[in-house]
Write a protein that binds this ligand. Structure first.
Ligand SMILES: O=C(CN1CCCCC1)Nc1ccc2c(c1)OCO2
Length: 333
């Protein structure tokens, strides 16, 4: 009945959270992006071009590494980034929990988004193994491999605004949240199968004084690998209608507003309850260094096909990825 916890820390502007894992024997420590929106654990290889400045994984120096002959993988993400390569199995330890034969996908090709992001060595996919990209045989995620050893078949994400957070495996830390955990069942329809997906049946803009509420039902995914909160046009327009300086900028590819604007809170329903994202989380960053125009943390999901509750929303909550009960839990903190 194992339990584990691992610290995670955001890069500048809360753009991505980096979490260290150990791979191989002797252990190679790698800074990774834990991504509940995908299901491949991949690492930059020591001999891969474009990895200078990165910490990389060398299967040749790991006595526990074994090549998975004939296996390959290739993945592309919603932001247009991509990577591909071959596959080994090796020992992978996260927060003192060890999977002895984890599929470790080694990148031999990397898009520029990854070669230029020297903060990370790869990704730990934490969505369902059904969407793992390894061929000819899809591989299990690290979580699916460790799950049966855990006290409870779940993990939690506790990302924080501008400070260190944590991922816990096998238990819910009762001191990490306030009030109740509100649960929503996973959505199993084809578009959402494979993701930590749920339906939010309403939202409101602003704190309890002036609020506009909407009954738009939003079906989205809890995605630690996506920075922003990406919701349907109608919801996003209703939010920015309360921000007098906001405009939907073609040039910037989304809503921008005056950096000194006081932004309203954004509240979305989950099950019997709701989660409130503080207005300050919805000012993502200046559109350029020193600019007085800022880019919104809430943007439209048009063109994506699904709504995404990314880090802007996740850091307002303790989020429970409850595999055992096929549900997602959200609690204030
Ligand atoms: O691509 C991602 C997340 N992805 C996680 C792995 C690292 C690279 C970024 N999110 C995303 C998903 C849909 C999108 C989008 C971004 O921009 C427009 O549509």
């Amino acid at each position: 009945d194992e339990q584990g916890t691992v610290a995670t820390a955001a890069t500048t502007e809360d753009t991505e959270w980096i979490t260290s894992i150990s791979v191989g024997t002797p252990a190679q420590t790698l800074p990774m992006d834990f991504d509940t929106g995908s299901s491949d654990l991949w690492v930059m290889g020591a001999s891969t071009s474009g990895t200078s400045g990165h910490t990389t994984y060398n299967a040749n120096t790991s006595t526990s590494a074994e090549a998975m002959s004939g296996a390959t993988w290739t993945i592309s993400y919603g932001d247009g980034s991509s990577s591909s390569g071959d596959v080994y199995t090796d020992v992978v330890t996260i927060g003192n929990l060890t999977v002895s034969q984890q599929a470790v996908e080694v990148a031999t090709t990397l898009s520029s988004e990854f070669t230029s992001d020297t903060a990370l060595s790869g990704l730990v996919g934490l969505a369902m193994s059904s969407i793992n990209t390894v061929k000819p045989t899809a591989q299990q995620t690290w979580f699916d491999n460790i799950k049966s050893n855990l006290a409870s078949p779940l993990f939690t994400a506790d990302l924080k605004h501008g400070e260190q957070g944590s991922y816990n495996f096998g238990y819910i830390d009762s001191s990490a949240y306030t009030g109740s955990i509100y649960y929503a069942d996973l959505v199993t329809s084809s578009t959402y199968a494979g993701f930590w997906s749920f339906v939010s049946n309403g939202y409101s803009v602003g704190s309890n004084t002036t609020t506009t509420t909407g009954s738009t039902a939003v079906t989205g995914i809890a995605d630690t690998g996506t920075t922003l909160l990406m919701l349907p046009d109608a919801v996003v327009a209703a939010y920015y209608a309360e921000v007098s300086s906001a405009v939907d900028s073609e040039q910037e590819g989304g809503y921008i507003f005056s950096c000194d604007a006081t932004l309203p809170d954004f509240t979305f329903n989950v099950g019997e309850g709701s989660i409130t994202v503080p207005g300050e989380y919805l000012n993502f960053e200046a559109i350029s260094t020193g600019s007085s125009s800022c880019y919104g943390g809430l943007q439209s999901d048009s063109g994506i096909g699904i709504s995404i509750f990314g880090d802007v929303a996740l850091k307002a909550a303790l989020v429970v990825f409850d595999s055992g009960n096929s549900r997602l839990g959200w609690a204030a903190k």
